[in-house]
Ligand binder design. Sequence first.
Ligand SMILES: *Cc1c(COP(=O)(O)O)cnc(C)c1O
Length: 252
Amino acid sequence: MSKIPDATPEVEAQIQPDAVHERVQSIQARIAQACERAGRSPNEITVVAVSKTFPMQAIASGTGAGLKHFGENRARQLRDKAKARPGAFEGGDIKWHMVGHLQTNKAKFIARHADWFDALDSPRLAEELDKRAAKNDRTIPCLVQVNITGDEQKYGLDPSETHDYLDHCAQYDHLAIRGLMALGSFVDDPEEVRGEFQKMRTLFDTYDASDNPQVEMAELSIGMSNDFEVAIEEGSTMIRLGTSIFGPRDYE
Ligand SMILES: *Cc1c(COP(=O)(O)O)cnc(C)c1O
């Protein structure tokens, strides 16, 4: 059975092309302002539109508004959506990111259908994903997820183990490590996560990849709908936006 959610009338209204376009324009203005405050260029920021829980119309509205990267947090939902609208790896014109925790038994779906895997978080998963990528004759760009809040509910490497883990990933020819990803604390005031993002920036900047050609510290994926401006001010290159683009979700 397909894991693509059905469109209820409310959701359909919420993800109309015009509604998505308007939200994306306002986000772009806010990105530009945050970049200006930080002395950066908006060209440095990639928006990953997190389309999880939304039907395929969300992707069409998103591409209509100029978006190219889409994120999912469930492997089978990503697989089914990528079958309906292939990502670049399968010859399409968009890029699919798996942004959520991946169970090793579902690594095959990601190796077949995702353009990026943004939540690499264990040696076992790296080994399995590398094997699956090899079978598909490809190298998968990956981000290593860091548990920067130390929250037991969250996935990711302990910050103190992150650099060793990056070294460890050097042995996997079919994984191309392209940076780090983290979720800030879920709080109302985004200023409260600034310190967490600063810690991520330090981890990102202090890794020496010169002996490790599998690793290139190119992307720092921090910032979601509630805190992307603070993330940009602290050096984010990839922001993952769900509700601010597609409106509220019924479930996670
Ligand atoms: C859902 C999700 C997002 C987007 O969250 P919003 O608050 O809706 O912007 C970003 N990253 C991950 C890993 C997610 O699961």
